[in-house]
Design a binder for this molecule. Structure first.
Ligand SMILES: *Cc1c(COP(=O)(O)O)cnc(C)c1O
Length: 331
């Protein structure tokens, strides 16, 4: 069975590619477009759904009945996975540990925590020091002993198979640029966490023979570690997608916008959320897209991207997190 046949349909339409006229004018720089991967699909949507089309396809093909994911009670990846499991009549288990040092009661119970609670998610909390891999294997073993068949989702849905979802995203952008009679962008910006989104975007750009630079704004790891992770995924994708020869410095990640770490807001990221909401009525999320957009705005202001160029910003989702970070945002 080939990979295409394995895929399960979780997105019933292409995400919109929209021009952002007011943000473009405000920055007096390149034309900025946004790919609305925050819209569409069940359980409030987001970038993991493109990956889950392949991963859950594989789980169904293997006749697995319980999907295991690691993360956090505020994880978009976990919330999207629980939603997909409900939709496909599968069980799910979220293994959670403290990845973000925030214990106020809004953070504990609102946002993705609330949505997962509404969907009846099974969340198992382990200690901060405990190893995710070991916890996952133990729980998978328990499921097997009880007669179930577990499927383990890789961290962030990021392995070569999951990353194929973002090759599809680039294929959509190619088509949409043709229809809208605009040039394919000089840059694509994305938030980079586990790296599958960026690896897929780079593979998609290569596959379509474009020269576009894919810039990942890291929200999780330092530049070196993040670039290594994405390069490894890209390498693993070569077996699945026939890609032309790649150059060595194709993975470009900037870690200047993380601030104090994963899930910790910065003054600039909060300002960016408000700026983009006020200009365009678009909501970014405090953990990922606000930092990525802060990166893009900084690149434009410093002249790294020229006025005659164009950018597509991938809106990877995460707006439920706005409610979890209410205390940082409400004036
Ligand atoms: C998971 C996530 C990302 C990061 O994607 P990776 O493929 O893990 O790098 C970006 N934005 C949002 C909203 C996410 O949930």
């Amino acid at each position: 069975m080939n990979i295409k046949e394995k895929k399960v349909k979780l997105l019933n339409r292409e995400s919109e590619l929209e021009f952002l006229p007011r943000l473009t004018e405000y920055l007096n720089g390149p034309k900025i477009y946004i790919k609305r991967d925050d819209e569409g699909g069940r359980s409030a949507g987001g970038n993991k759904l493109r990956k889950y089309e392949y991963l859950l396809g594989e789980a169904l093909e293997k006749k697995c009945d319980t999907i295991i994911i690691v993360g956090h009670f505020q994880s978009n990846a976990a919330r999207e996975l629980v939603g997909v499991a409900c939709q496909l009549e599968l069980k799910s288990v979220v293994i959670s540990k403290e990845l973000i040092p925030n214990q106020n009661h809004i953070f504990l119970k609102n946002g993705n925590a609330l949505l997962m609670n509404i969907m009846g998610a099974k969340i198992i909390t382990i200690n901060k020091e405990d190893d995710f891999e070991i916890a996952m294997k133990t729980i998978a073993k328990n499921i097997t002993q009880e007669g179930g068949k577990p499927y383990i989702v890789p961290f962030g849905g990021s392995n070569a198979l999951g990353a194929l979802g973002y090759v599809n995203c680039v294929n959509e952008i190619v088509k949409q640029c043709e229809i809208q009679a605009i040039n394919f962008p000089d840059y694509i910006f994305t938030a980079t966490g586990s790296g599958g989104t960026q690896a897929g975007l780079i593979a998609g750009v290569l596959k379509n023979n474009k020269k576009t630079k894919v810039i990942g704004i890291s929200v999780l790891q330092n530049r070196n570690a993040a670039e290594k992770g994405v390069a490894k995924l890209l390498y693993e994708m070569f077996d699945l997608v026939q890609l032309p020869e790649q150059s060595n410095d194709i993975v470009k990640i900037d870690d200047e916008f993380i601030g104090d770490g994963y899930g910790i807001t910065t003054d600039e990221s909060i300002r960016t959320i408000k700026l983009v909401a006020k200009l365009e009525g678009i909501f970014l999320c405090p953990v990922y897209t606000a930092k990525a957009m802060t990166g893009l705005i900084t690149y434009i202001k410093s002249g790294k991207i020229k006025k005659n160029e164009s950018v597509v910003f991938i809106h990877t989702g995460g707006s439920p997190l706005l409610y979890a970070y209410y205390d940082k945002l409400f004036e």
